[in-house]
Design a protein around this ligand. Structure first.
Ligand code: GAR
Length: 199
């Protein structure tokens, strides 16, 4: 059975959808949920679903990303994951870390990549006057938010949208998209999945 570890930084709603999909669908086993924030609300949610958790506070390492990652790697390697899913993990990973999971690390990003890598994606879509927004699941490579796209879901931008209302509409699609992409990825299917979300 494919072993999946998930990295989070916050609420972990995407993580939860992945864990539920793996439990319901039986296509993989969630072996670890790890966070860079000891207070991440998703850690308790993962534990409540019987998934092992770990947390390493990135702030105690200052600007030393490599030292933080070395610490984070310990529980990850101990869990022996085949696939690593970033799900709202808000730390940039070094090329060294990425290389260790090359071809088996996924991320979900709240924009229609290649548009708007990085932060504040919804506000940037609104500022640009885009008619559509959405989310992408992609393979993680050393370049931020730039790896091969494995799936996207599109939603309309509606009159009066704020970054918050648009984010909420996109998040609904994230929850649908990521489990489906993971399931396909585990089965060896890397053809991009395209979903059309509704308002
Ligand atoms: C999600 O919208 C995810 O796409 C985004 O953070 C949110 C996490 O929510 N990720 C990024 O912005 C990554 N750069 P969640 O903790 O409820 O899944």
């Amino acid at each position: 059975m494919t072993r999946v570890a998930i990295l989070i930084s916050g609420g972990g709603s995407n993580m939860l959808r992945l864990v539920q999909a793996m439990h319901d669908g039986g296509f993989a086993t969630p072996v670890l949920v790890a966070s860079n924030d000891l207070q991440a609300a998703g850690l308790a949610k993962a534990a409540a679903h019987g998934v092992a958790t770990a947390a390493v506070d990135h702030r105690s390492f200052g600007r030393d990303r490599a030292a933080f990652e070395a610490q984070l790697l310990q529980p990850i390697l101990a869990a022996k994951p085949d696939v690593l899913c970033l799900a709202g993990f808000m730390r940039v990973l070094t090329p060294d870390f990425v290389r260790q999971f090359e071809g088996r690390m996924l991320n979900i990003h709240p924009s229609l990549l290649p548009k708007y890598p990085g932060l504040h994606t919804h506000q940037r879509a609104l500022d640009a006057g885009d008619a559509q927004a959405g989310c992408s699941v992609h393979e993680v490579t050393a370049e931020l938010d730039a790896g091969p796209i494995l799936g996207q879901a599109v939603v309309p931008v509606l009159p009066g949208d704020t970054a918050e209302t648009l984010a909420a509409r996109v998040l609904i699609q994230e929850h649908l998209l990521y489990p489906q992409v993971l399931r396909r990825f585990v089965a060896g299917d890397r053809t991009p999945l395209m979903l059309e979300g509704s308002a």
